[in-house]
Design a protein. Structure first.
Length: 256
């Protein structure tokens, strides 16, 4: 799945500074890492990872960047918290933003107070490139307060973990929504937006990946695997397995 980012702008009508926030969130897939004790600046081999970043900006700090003029662009209004609508916007992660995020992830600074200057410079540059995505004529998607949004995302990760822990006992959407205390519609949409697949697609992929592990690494029979994964018949399991791998279990075993 491609990398992606989100701008979340929240501006409540209440005067408190706590009711105003601007945050950037990014998700990077499949990074390479340079170990901390690296002597030759070589990286580890690529591995399957998901790295999440979140940057929250102080309203007072942002307002100082905006000129005191009557005519402001949408971007300037957002920075000055003069834009009236709260919104969430998906943004792409190009080479510039990904490079900055990777440099922050593998940060190697001066080892003194200059590190703060360097980090602030990189984060401000990240904000600059992200704000370029805001266009005057684009429709805004309503945003929730950060505390609500964070709780929402945590529940989605809980749902994902519950699915992974119940590969042998399939749950209905209704049962899963009750376990994470979330509306079914929000659960389905939020899960797909966050993880890039429907709940059913994710669950089937996890089950079939585990099936391959049981068949080839553990040496279990097709009958044993079908039973462990809660299938009522071998034919149902075989059909699902073929849909995922392109081959039936016995065909893949023979091919191996």
């Amino acid at each position: 799945r491609p990398d992606h980012g989100i701008i979340n702008y929240y501006n409540s009508s209440a005067p408190s500074r706590q009711n105003k926030s601007l945050s950037l969130k990014f998700c990077l897939y499949g990074n390479c890492y340079c170990p901390k004790d690296c002597q030759n600046c070589t990286v580890k081999e690529e591995c399957k990872t998901i790295d999440l970043f979140e940057f929250r900006f102080n309203p007072f700090f942002l307002k100082k960047m905006v000129p005191n003029t009557p005519e402001l662009s949408k971007r300037e209004k957002v920075l000055a918290f003069k834009y009236p609508k709260s919104f969430t916007k998906n943004i792409s992660v190009g080479e510039r933003k990904r490079g900055l995020l990777n440099s922050l992830l593998n940060f190697q600074g001066y080892g003194d107070s200059l590190d703060n200057i360097l980090i602030h410079t990189k984060v401000n540059e990240l904000l600059l490139y992200s704000m370029e995505a805001l266009q005057e004529d684009q429709e805004d998607i309503p945003a929730c307060p950060l505390s609500v949004e964070a709780d929402f995302v945590n529940r989605l990760f809980d749902a994902k973990q519950i699915l992974q822990e119940n590969l042998s006992t399939p749950l209905t959407i209704k049962e899963l929504s009750k376990k994470v205390a979330m509306n079914e519609c929000y659960l389905k949409k939020g899960f797909k937006d966050l993880f890039g697949s429907t709940i059913f697609e994710f669950y089937q992929k996890e089950r079939m990946s585990h099936a391959k592990y049981l068949l080839y690494d553990k040496g279990l029979t097709v009958t044993e695997v079908a039973d462990l994964l809660g299938y009522s018949s071998i034919s149902h399991f075989s059909t699902a397995f073929k849909k995922f791998t392109g081959l039936r279990p016995c065909e893949l075993l023979f091919k191996q």
